[in-house]
Write a protein that binds this ligand. Structure first.
Ligand SMILES: Cc1cc2nc3c(=O)[nH]c(=O)nc-3n(C[C@H](O)[C@H](O)[C@H](O)COP(=O)(O)O)c2cc1C
Length: 348
């Protein structure tokens, strides 16, 4: 049995987000609120196979993970089965728990390579890519992350084609490529995806994605749609604790008693629970810790300005947030971030 099929029901997955869910943010999430499954950011399979040593070393940083992040899935994009096979073999060698094929990304640079969302226009190639990943990583479950269709909702044809390739899981972002993120996600189509899967008597798990704001919302959407799991992306911005109310113990400033004591057995009890937000001081120190970890793990290959979108999210919704945010946006190092945050805490 693959790890996907051993997860609780419903299960919750951290979405891949390029330049957001990097090794540093994933480590913060693993510490403060671990989801049932984590994903790397998308990584170019072609790059891993064909880039020069420096390029490869840079891409390998996107595949950095620790034991605490497991189960973790490596997400690749390519339109070449051979590259997918080699990238999947690498993922297996590196100790990943699964391989995911990106078939939904509208990013121009990826579509130019006829990968990502473009694969929805070529179901045969999509099937070949799944088969290639299986050949490359025979011990790992293969999943696909996709959308409802390219220019129009094509779920009725596209999903059966994908299911024929027998991936362990399909993550459906409930919009078309054309819609980008401009319209609300159509969760009723996730329900239909589950029906199609059932009609085909397929073992593939269906994971819904799009606009989910917290675990309570995720539980409701899973129940209404019948999805086996829910993937959350943007909701985790500035909230590495999003996935686990049980983190209350760690974040002791906000007494854990309000939410009951947690134990290993109820870590993944998925009954709807109130949104958990740590007290402001803790939250800001988490932001500083995140910046320090980013610098330590990725400082030599990624620009510190990548932290800006995190600062924007951490410094929001409290008196003085705007001024603090502006100061954080101008920083170039974790030490500066720490200074600014400690001064803010002292002066409050
Ligand atoms: C900044 C950003 C980067 C993303 N990068 C990826 C990616 O690398 N691979 C992928 O499959 N989807 C990527 N996505 C899409 C998300 O995984 C997810 O499908 C989308 O944000 C909808 O879910 P949400 O409403 O919970 O955020 C990205 C989205 C954002 C906002």
């Amino acid at each position: 049995m693959d790890f996907w099929h051993e997860l609780p029901s419903p299960f919750f997955v951290l979405a891949p987000m390029a330049n957001v869910t990097d090794a540093a943010f994933r480590q913060m999430i693993a510490k403060y609120g671990k989801p049932d499954v984590m994903y790397t950011e998308f990584v170019s399979a072609d790059g891993l196979c064909l880039a020069d040593d420096e390029g490869k070393a840079k891409l390998m940083r996107d595949l950095l993970f620790t034991e605490e992040q497991k189960p973790i899935v490596a997400q690749f994009f390519t339109n070449k089965p051979e590259m997918m096979e080699r990238a999947a073999a690498l993922a297996q060698k590196l100790g990943f728990d699964g391989v995911d094929i990106n078939m939904g990304c509208p990013d121009r640079s990826i579509e130019k390579q006829n990968a990502g969302a473009k694969l929805m226009l070529n179901p045969k190639l999509a099937q070949e890519l799944v088969a290639a990943a299986k050949r490359g990583a025979p011990k790992l479950p293969i999943s696909v992350k996709t959308r409802l269709g390219y220019n129009k909702d094509d779920l009725e044809k596209w999903l059966p084609a994908l299911l024929e390739a027998r991936p362990a899981a399909i993550i459906v972002h409930a919009r078309t490529r054309k819609e980008m993120s401009k319209v609300p996600a159509r969760w009723e189509r996730i329900k239909r995806a589950v029906e199609i899967r059932d009609e085909m008597v397929s073992e593939t798990l269906i994971v819904g994605n799009g606009d989910v704001v917290d675990l309570e919302d995720a539980n409701i959407k899973a129940e209404e749609s019948g999805a086996d799991g829910v993937m959350l992306g943007r909701a985790v911005f500035g909230k590495p604790w999003l996935f686990k109310n049980a983190s209350a113990k760690l974040l002791s400033e906000n007494s854990s008693e309000a939410y009951g004591k947690s134990s290993a057995s109820d870590r993944f009890a998925h009954a709807p629970q109130p949104d958990f937000s740590p007290a402001l001081t803790t939250r800001l120190r988490i932001a500083a810790e995140h910046a320090a970890l980013f610098e330590k793990l990725l400082g030599d290959v990624k620009n510190f300005s990548i932290m800006k979108k995190h600062f924007k999210a951490y410094a929001e919704g409290f008196p003085g947030a705007k001024e603090l945010r502006m100061k954080l946006m101008a920083t170039n190092s974790a030490a500066e971030v720490k200074d600014i945050i400690e001064t803010f805490i002292l002066e409050r």
